[in-house]
Design a protein around this ligand. Structure first.
Ligand code: CO
Length: 469
């Protein structure tokens, strides 16, 4: 693309549909448009991540690896990009290096070119090994800043983190603003300073929830950002992103625009035509939500919490729940809210609100988070809460995950045998499904010949344990 203009990553296939229709878009609905998307000239298409992987197995009766191979088949010119939750990969608990290596080498082989790797606490120790294995596979390792605002998250904090990420060997840097908190002027200064302090390309990913994203993306462009993430217009804004065509129109006039706007219009019309199928998964937000600037709840997290409360017939408590989240965040040292910290904080907020008493019931994952099992907490845990956590004596195995690949393989193999299935454990990607999503994979493989979509949505599935990045 033109000199001094940012490259553009189209995110509708992953984050766009994740933010707007709870990741329910099927590969069959994507297939007809992939070839057209491939000829636009995007720097990459974001296609895969934790929520897509989870939803494929849990709700859509799709093998996520089959989905990836279909992307690879139809998208031959544009790079494929995925989102990795650091040591958690695409799951919710931490895995050891042998499994991280197995996952990344298979994802690279299956066609992923750019791995955006983040940790919800911005703990560099949690992203280091993924960066190493992506580099080993000769793919683009993109280290990530999970942007948030708090008394401890200032510009110096971000610059130091970015330098650490570069020193780790990351080939590019992403600023990931899950909740749309990054203000245009702040973004301009941050990108300018990052450009002076690091050499690797800088990508910006921001959400439209608060109405700032168009201006923020534009200021990032003015500051010299290398890549912007956008979503096709018919799947843009609200909980999602700046519209692809709008951003192109901001930075190019009609004569200099290198993109084929008619082609983009066709692509948008296609997505528009399938969107009504997913109406039941749309959130209730209209326009923008300024409360987010106060409460800092990411768009996807908000739509899931809303759904959980509706399922519990407690929709009237939404406001209370949203207000509880920043209070918890302050108590636990201002963790950014993104998977898995967003689910953990969200689930604890739900308990506090349902109990009508704060920390009466402590979720196991919350106890682990406070105790540093997920990584280093950015700030300080409130002493009163720490006392309660110490007293609760809750122990959990979220990170004490000692199983080795062979153990999983044996387990999966005997599961296949006892269900009269062929032995899927010999195939590395099937084995990875089992390692990453054991219960969902057992259901998935046991019902391999099933033809109807699994529509089970409920508290157990949703409760703090699946969503959004
Ligand atoms: Co996002």
């Amino acid at each position: 693309m033109h000199k001094n203009k940012p490259h553009i990553t189209e995110v509708v296939l992953r984050d766009g549909q994740q933010s707007l229709i709870a990741t329910r878009m099927t590969i069959d609905d994507m297939k007809p448009i992939l070839k057209h998307m491939d000829s636009v000239g995007f720097s990459s298409l974001e296609v895969w991540g934790g929520a897509t992987y989870d939803c494929c197995l849990r709700f859509l009766n799709e093998n996520p690896w089959d989905r990836l191979s279909i992307f690879k088949k139809f998208i031959t010119k544009t790079k494929l990009q995925m989102l990795v939750r650091g040591k958690n990969l695409v799951g919710y608990k931490q895995f050891d290096d042998s499994i991280i290596s197995l996952f990344i080498s298979n994802a690279a082989k299956a066609g992923i070119d750019i791995f955006r790797i983040f940790d919800s606490l911005n703990d560099i120790n949690n992203i280091q090994s993924s960066i190493k294995y992506v580099n080993k596979a000769k793919k683009n390792s993109q280290g990530t800043i999970c942007y948030t605002t708090s008394p401890i998250h200032n510009e110096d904090y971000w610059i130091k983190l970015a330098k650490d990420i570069e020193d780790c060997g990351a080939k590019s840097l992403a600023i990931k603003d899950m909740a749309g908190l990054l203000r245009p002027g702040v973004c301009y200064d941050l990108v300018k300073r990052l450009k002076k302090n690091i050499k690797i390309p800088i990508h910006l990913h921001t959400h439209s929830t608060t109405g700032l994203s168009d201006a923020t993306n534009y200021k990032a462009y003015e500051a010299g950002v290398d890549n912007i993430d956008t979503s096709i217009s018919s799947f843009s804004n609200l909980y999602a992103h700046t519209a692809t065509e709008s951003f192109m129109s901001m930075i190019y006039d009609d004569n200099s625009n290198p993109y084929d706007m008619n082609l983009l219009s066709k692509i948008s019309a296609y997505f528009q035509s399938i969107r009504p199928k997913y109406t039941q998964y749309e959130g209730s937000m209209r326009g923008v939500d300024i409360d987010m600037l106060i409460n800092q709840v990411p768009g996807g997290m908000l739509s899931i919490l809303e759904k959980q409360l509706t399922d519990l017939k407690k929709s009237s408590k939404l406001k209370m729940l949203i207000n509880e989240i920043p209070k918890i965040r302050e108590d636990i040292g201002y963790v950014p809210l993104v998977t898995p910290s967003s689910q953990i904080v969200g689930a604890q907020a739900l308990m506090n609100v349902l109990d009508n008493k704060r920390y009466k019931t402590l979720n196991k994952e919350f106890v682990d988070l406070v105790n540093g099992k997920y990584g280093k907490i950015p700030g300080k845990v409130c002493a009163k809460l720490q006392k309660k956590v110490d007293k609760s004596n809750a122990t959990n195995s979220v990170t004490d995950n000692k199983l080795k690949i062979q153990d999983y393989k044996d387990e999966f193999s005997s599961f296949c045998k006892s269900n009269d299935l062929k032995d899927y454990s010999n195939n590395e990607t099937d084995l990875l499904n089992y390692i990453l999503f054991k219960k969902e994979s057992m259901d998935f493989y046991a019902a391999k010949d099933r033809t109807t979509t699994n529509e089970v949505i409920g508290l157990q599935e949703g409760f703090g344990l699946y969503i959004n990045d």
